[in-house]
Write a protein that binds this ligand. Structure first.
Ligand SMILES: NC(=O)c1ccc[n+]([C@@H]2O[C@H](COP(=O)([O-])OP(=O)(O)OC[C@H]3O[C@@H](n4cnc5c(N)ncnc54)[C@H](OP(=O)(O)O)[C@@H]3O)[C@@H](O)[C@H]2O)c1
Length: 374
């Protein structure tokens, strides 16, 4: 599994029905390295991605010695973050392991918490369980943790190794990490178009450019997002409901850019919030409300504004095997773009997948491409 397959919202993650989330580690021998266990922890966290927000979707493993003592295959217990108010991943894995956690190694994607929130501190639970070693993917940038969980474990004499598979974990938890570091949500711009880059015909119609598999996948993207924003123009043209229907998960908060009176009160988007101010203010407000991932679903003017203001972290394009065949259809981005080749935006393609007869291409914005490729 490449870290990028595991890492980007909904890229084979939460709705991947072919994954054996209940027992994803059954056949790994004791001598596999830390990166393999951490990849499994990422996978376990990804499987609950659409249920945990505003908490991060953490995965954890307790890897103990074979209880029979006769096998090379260790005993493993897993845990993932429960919906808000429920157990954190480490607590769930420790509960599953019971007394078998004594002397075991714990793999966890995010630093264990050290404070009392809705649940008691996971660092204390790990100390009480008597684990010997904790392997952490990334330090939790939340001001309430920020290294204190690791410190607590080390003070209790537990060996702690930090930064194992950190690129894969950073990718998986990107929305949470951005929110805690920058106070704003991770912004995903999603557009469905023809191969020649048109999102609607000259008459404004866009239903349906892509096929059922791509549309179901896009519902998974909605479920993995806490809020969706569209322009008033899209509401007027398409009357979208913006709910999650073809995938498991919760309906996101719906936000329309424009004045409340700019769309028909009978539009399917209701109940929706309206935002008529700057996009920067919108992101600040979303951040303060604990929105980790904001999905921008168009249309062209809104996409152009987010793009010009450099507010997009991830682009998710669905391409149909179709051509509009002229320049009178609606382009993906309205308004002025790059003036010359020296100023075009170049990001990094992190995933390309075939969905039925369509393609999904995920592109990271340049400022999110900092991590080296594994
Ligand atoms: N294929 C796809 O993925 C896809 C997705 C979405 C839409 N579409 C198509 O795109 C077309 C609609 O696109 P559009 O460009 O006409 O409309 P739009 O981008 O959806 O909405 C633009 C409108 O949003 C309001 N607005 C408020 N604040 C804004 C801001 N900061 N930046 C931009 N807009 C802001 C303005 O409404 P007021 O005019 O009321 O002030 C503006 O006219 C339709 O044909 C639709 O079918 C295709």
């Amino acid at each position: 599994m490449s870290p990028h397959d595991a890492g980007y919202p909904d890229a084979g993650g939460p709705d991947a029905s072919n994954r054996d989330a209940a027992n994803p580690v059954a056949d790994l021998p004791a001598n596999v390295d830390d990166a393999v266990w951490m990849a499994k922890a990422v996978e376990i966290g990804e499987a609950v991605r659409m249920w945990t927000s505003p908490n991060p979707w953490v995965g954890a493993l307790v890897v103990g010695k074979s209880r029979s003592g006769q096998s090379d295959v260790p005993d493993v217990w897993t845990g993932a973050t429960a919906p808000p108010g429920g157990a954190h991943a480490e607590a769930a894995a420790l509960a599953a392991a019971g007394t078998n956690a004594r002397g075991a190694t714990v793999y966890v994607t995010l630093e264990p918490c050290s404070h009392h929130g809705r649940t008691p501190p996971c660092a204390d639970a790990l100390v009480d369980a008597g684990v010997a070693r904790v392997v952490v993917g990334v330090v939790d940038p939340d001001a309430k943790v920020a290294g204190r969980g690791i410190e607590k474990l080390r003070e209790a004499g537990i060996q702690v190794d930090v930064g194992v598979s950190s690129n894969a974990v950073e990718s998986s938890l990107a929305p949470y990490l951005k929110h805690r570091r920058e106070g704003r949500p991770w912004v995903v711009l999603k557009l469905a178009g023809t191969l020649d880059g048109r999102i609607a015909a000259p008459d404004g119609s866009s239903k349906w450019i892509t096929g059922p598999e791509a549309r179901a996948d896009a519902h998974g993207l909605r479920a993995a997002s806490d809020a969706i924003v569209v322009g008033a123009g899209t509401v007027r043209a398409d009357d979208p409901a913006l709910t999650v229907r073809d995938a498991p998960g919760r309906d996101p908060l719906r936000i329309v850019l424009g004045a409340p009176g700019s769309v028909d009160p009978a539009s399917k988007v209701h109940p929706a919030h309206f935002h008529d101010g700057s996009l920067a203010d919108l992101l600040d407000e979303m951040g303060s409300r604990g929105i980790l991932q904001l999905l921008v679903e168009g249309g062209a003017r809104v996409a152009g504004e987010f793009q010009r203001q450099g507010l997009v972290d991830q682009y998710t394009f669905y391409f149909a095997p179709a051509l509009m065949g002229g320049d009178d259809g609606i382009a993906m981005f309205a308004g002025p773009g790059a003036k010359s080749m020296s100023s075009i935006m170049r990001g990094r393609i992190v995933s390309v997948r075939r969905l039925g007869s369509d393609l999904r291409v995920d592109l990271l914005a340049p400022e999110r491409c900092g991590q080296p490729e594994d």
